[in-house]
Design a protein around this ligand. Sequence first.
Ligand code: GAR
Length: 199
Amino acid sequence: MKKRIAVLVSGGGTNLQALIDAQGSTLNSGEIVLVITNVAGAYALERAKKAGIATETVLKKELGSQAAFEEKLVEILETHGIDIIILAGFMTILTENFTSRYPKRILNVHPSLIPSFCGEGFYGLRVHQAALDYGVKVTGATVHFVNELCDGGEIIAQKAVPVLPGDTPEILQRRVMEQAEWILLPQAAETVCASLGGK
Ligand code: GAR
């Protein structure tokens, strides 16, 4: 039986797209059955709908608190019988109340080589800006399990990507996505789903 995957997104959803495109090839042991966003109208929802995947929008502002937000997420995940949760550009932090329910069942993709340029405040283009400001010549992406430490869970896979002269955060972001994130994330999802077997 394929593992039931929920992908949590906040924005454009190119990593979601990479996962959708990998189904039936790289990603065989799991199936994306649900996409949840915390941002109304996120473009990632269009990608999900096009692929015939169920979507849910959960807004913290409407629910009033982090605890209520996380409870709602859990309720939806349980309704859909989710085995694996993939954070793919999900730009809000989940507390231990949530993460402790899913040990080694939540994956995140981060656009740097952890432990560089990670933790609170490092997300999206800010990560690439920080790498350029520091002057590193190599950056990359990391897929890791999510626990109560922001970007601190066990690393599943990493891939290095060069920083080139003239890079802007946008150019570097695109290269890291193309050369690392979109490849690593489906592979890591497959590895984790396959490793669960009948569990
Ligand atoms: C990706 O680069 C992802 O690694 C990053 O946000 C982007 C989302 O793009 N995530 C983080 O920074 C999390 N800390 P996408 O919506 O096109 O997949």
